[in-house]
Design a protein around this ligand. Structure first.
Ligand SMILES: Nc1ncnc2c1ncn2[C@@H]1O[C@H](COP(=O)(O)OP(=O)(O)OP(=O)(O)O)[C@@H](O)[C@H]1O
Ligand SMILES: [Mg+2]
Length: 366
């Protein structure tokens, strides 16, 4: 077993560590809250970095340092305008911001945001609205950074071209003989493939700007205070150059679905327009001020796009033999893919309502 408190000693912390507890659901990293004496001292969050996913830890750390420093400077100069709290990486003894232990594990440490909590599921429209504000603020605080100064920690993460290429290749190779029974899903994907290049094409032709984006805008990456005000954005591993649509779209995909991500009963999977509107309202109150007209015009579509690309990835993994996503039962990836594609369909059926919600909110934010 890893000696957590021994790892803690590798970092330059204030006070004496006197205990720890595991925190978070640990899908990617393992997180520990580190208690410090005397009581009331700043606590810390120690994380074991998943270096199988994020293979270049120094570059990953460099991205996080740049973004956290930038945000903290902005907050200290009062620009954020609200009690938004910044994350800070804690230096290790040799003055880098991670520690590699004898077993080859990488560790890092942040300030623990006292009195905060996160929610795995969106509890309702009020918090969805707050969530929209929070991710809007994250984009706002980083909007003056040069996105090209950050590294792509996972190459082609939301690149539809490479994702479709991988899908088409696995359809031809068919390593597990799963294609014959999946014709319906393949047709569904191919019928939408051209339209799904929209965001990438806008980016390549310079019609939308490359921004610093978070790329994992799940609701539990927002920390709330005891009054349910969003105070911090965490989980910065995937922060890299991207388009606003990646962040907005994935927040809607994960936060405004009336069913679970892997829901078996597809009747339950629908876009929840109340949550969609609430999140969009919060988001546009902040981001409406600096997004371009072209960016705004594709926000509603971006929810469909992100749902499509994640569905495509689940489906590709299913056809290829379930090698990327952990599955908990046979056909799990197929079930996930079907749930995502059903959500795409629901968003298509509600496309004009979604467009109207966004354009009405944009008029208000102008
Ligand atoms: N600095 C912090 N202060 C307080 N709590 C934090 C902090 N950073 C993260 N957390 C809490 O720990 C959880 C997990 O952290 P994080 O999102 O960085 O890791 P993860 O690998 O994505 O884990 P998970 O699979 O649980 O999402 C967050 O959802 C949040 O509740
Ligand atoms: Mg997380």
């Amino acid at each position: 077993m890893t000696d957590i408190l021994k790892i803690v000693q590798e970092f330059r912390i204030k006070g004496k560590p006197n205990g720890f507890e595991k925190t978070g659901s640990g899908h990617i990293n393992d997180s520990y809250r580190i208690r410090i004496s005397p009581e009331g001292s700043q606590e810390y969050l120690l994380q074991r970095i998943n270096h199988h996913i994020f293979t270049d830890v120094p570059l990953l750390t460099d991205n996080i340092l740049k973004v956290t420093k930038h945000i903290s400077q902005k907050i200290h100069s009062g620009v954020s305008g609200v009690p938004f709290v910044g994350l800070s990486l804690i230096p290790s003894g040799n003055n880098i911001f991670f520690h590699k232990d004898e077993d080859g594990n990488y560790w890092r440490m942040f300030n623990f945001i006292e009195g905060s909590r996160s929610f795995d599921l969106v509890p309702g429209p009020e918090l969805a609205y707050e969530g929209g504000i929070a991710f809007g603020r994250f984009l706002s605080l980083t909007s003056d950074m040069d996105a090209t100064g950050l590294t792509e920690t996972i190459k082609d993460f939301h690149n539809i071209e490479t994702r479709l290429e991988a899908f088409r290749k696995v359809c031809i190779d068919d390593p597990c003989n799963r294609v014959a029974e999946a014709v319906k899903e393949i047709k569904f994907i191919e019928a939408r493939a051209d339209e799904m290049h929209t965001i990438l094409s806008l980016g390549r032709s310079g019609q939308i700007p490359l921004r610093v984006t978070h790329n994992d805008t799940k609701f539990n990456n927002i920390l709330f205070d005891s009054n349910n005000k969003a105070i911090c954005i965490v989980d910065l591993d995937t922060v890299m150059p991207g388009y606003v649509h990646y962040d907005f779209g994935d927040a809607i995909r994960t936060g405004a679905n009336s069913g679970a991500e892997d829901e078996a009963d597809l009747m339950k999977v629908n876009i929840n327009l109340v949550l969609f509107k609430a999140y969009s309202k919060g988001f546009l109150e902040i981001a409406g001020e600096f997004l371009t007209e072209v960016e705004k015009a594709h926000l509603a579509f971006s929810a469909r796009f992100m749902t499509f690309i994640i569905g495509l990835r689940f489906f590709t993994d299913y056809l290829g033999g379930d090698t990327y996503y952990k599955t908990h039962f046979p056909y799990h990836n197929l079930q996930r893919a079907r749930a995502q594609l059903k959500l795409v369909q629901s968003m298509e059926e509600n496309a004009s309502a979604m467009e109207t919600i966004i354009s009405d909110l944009c008029k208000k934010s102008n």
